[in-house]
Design a protein around this ligand. Structure first.
Ligand code: S3P
Length: 448
């Protein structure tokens, strides 16, 4: 039974989420954990598949995106136990041994699956692969990974002059490069480093600012030689590498915890305890910004699990104030900008977000979509070419909004609805299952 505040309505091919908070007295309470980190889950499945020996993954995210990764690598010969338990066993086939799949590889909605996998496919000599995805993924730019791979000697063809999937790849022996990436993107960096695993010598990626470093950490844990130069934001892999299967403990995803952090901040009288959240410094921009805005968040029980820092996060409601979010911090909170936009609506003053044009090429154009949907609820958000300007202190009213099939938009709108007057109906809310299948259950629990 869902609480009166949260209702799901099935229609022919999609799900509506109805959020109808009581006129007064809603306070969020609870102690729970969030599902496994999506970025780490993808990497554990991929490295497990190409390593020698067995990899045991604990806490894997059982969302749609890691399922896409698992099915692609199963189609290329890796044995992966069914994704119905958070303990998944991957029997690796050894570096260089991905088999030519009998059919097109389908990355679904997942940019991380297609871009990281491309580095591996391009470096498997003579084998032929084709890769596609859903309509959102087929409209996202692939040239950012195809160009550097071509510099390494890769043969890749795609729609729109090699810009978009479906893609065709003829694997080659690749040469190492030093790639100066024009964008701070962990997907670009990881793609090139994975391609470098089988190249002879040093493959280096230098970024304008540091993006999440889960690939570097996990490659090291699997036995690859990885060199990091923090001052220049450079990561190097030395090939040919040897990867040995490992036990990987996946922490809770801070990008999923972010929804509850903001929910507890903005709903008066709330207190939530979110256990076992990954706090890798390349991902904690959300904590820094919320603290700057006056949030009451404490980190408890800090520890390290498989090379990744973890903590329990306690958050209590507080009056937020506006801030400016731009520059080097953007890659460290890139996926949290939609939910930070919701926080900004409830802050005193005008919040400005800049340097975030990357959001236009995510699962949806997140700048345009979050502004249009929250404005339908009464927010005052102005779209900038590379960001948003959000006037705080405007009350929201429930209405019909759409996720545009983007998981982070669906969940951000649901949290905004907790403080809106009347019922908000979020169309195509099933998108949340991409990264957070239990989102609606937890929403119901904390409203309970
Ligand atoms: C990811 C990197 C980020 C992020 C995405 C996951 C990853 O994308 O937005 O959700 O796992 O490497 P970019 O590398 O395109 O910024």
């Amino acid at each position: 039974m869902l609480s009166p505040t949260v209702t799901l309505r099935e229609s022919s091919d999609c799900q509506d989420l109805l959020v109808n908070p009581p006129a007064s007295g809603l306070a969020l309470k609870g102690k729970f954990s969030v599902p496994g980190d999506k970025s780490i889950s993808h990497r554990a499945l991929m490295l497990g598949a190409i390593a020698t020996g067995e990899t045991i993954v604990e806490g894997l995210l059982l969302g749609e995106d890691p399922r896409s990764t698992a099915s692609c690598f199963q189609a290329m010969g890796a044995e992966i136990s069914p994704l119905n338990s958070q303990r998944v066993i991957v029997k690796g086939i050894g570096l260089g041994n991905l088999q030519e799949p009998a059919n097109v590889l389908d990355a679904g909605n997942s940019g991380t699956t297609i871009r990281l996998m491309l580095g591996l496919l391009a470096s498997h000599p003579t084998r032929f692969f084709t890769v596609t995805g859903d309509s959102s993924l087929r409209s996202r730019p692939m040239s950012r990974v195809i160009r550097p791979l071509q510099q390494m000697g890769a043969q890749i063809w795609g729609r729109g002059d090699n810009a978009f999937a479906p893609l065709a790849i003829r694997g080659q022996q690749l040469n190492p490069i030093h790639y100066q990436s024009p964008i701070a993107s962990a997907q670009v960096k990881s793609c090139i480093l994975l391609a470098g695993l089988m190249a002879e010598g040093k493959t280096t990626v230098t970024e304008p600012s540091l993006s999440r470093d889960h690939s570097e950490r996990m490659l090291q844990a699997f036995g690859a030689r990885v060199e990091i130069e923090p001052e220049t934001h450079s990561a190097t892999v030395v090939g040919p590498a040897m990867l040995q299967g490992q036990k990987v403990i996946v922490p809770g995803d801070i990008s999923s915890a972010a929804f509850w952090l903001v929910a507890a901040c903005i709903v008066p009288g709330s207190e939530l305890m979110i256990e076992n959240v990954g706090i890798n410094p390349t991902r904690t921009g959300i904590l820094e910004v919320l603290e700057m805005m006056g949030a009451d968040i404490t980190l408890e029980n800090e520890r390290v699990a498989t090379g990744e820092p973890v903590a329990d996060l306690r958050v209590r409601s507080s009056q937020l104030k506006a801030c400016t979010i731009s520059g080097d911090i953007i890659p460290r909170l890139i996926d949290e900008i939609p939910i930070l936009t919701v926080a900004a609506i409830y802050a005193r003053g005008t919040t400005v977000i800049r340097d975030a044009a990357e959001l236009r090429v995510k699962e949806s154009d997140r700048l345009a979509v979050i502004a249009s949907e929250l404005n339908k609820m009464g927010a005052k958000i102005t779209e900038l070419p590379d960001g948003l300007e959000i006037a705080g202190g405007t009350p929201l009213t429930g209405t019909e909004v759409d996720s545009y099939t983007d998981h982070r938009i669906a969940m951000s709108l649901a949290i905004a609805a907790l403080n809106a007057k009347g019922t908000t109906t979020i169309h195509r809310a099933e998108a949340a299952a991409i990264s957070y299948p239990e989102f609606v259950n937890t929403l119901q629990q904390v409203c309970g």
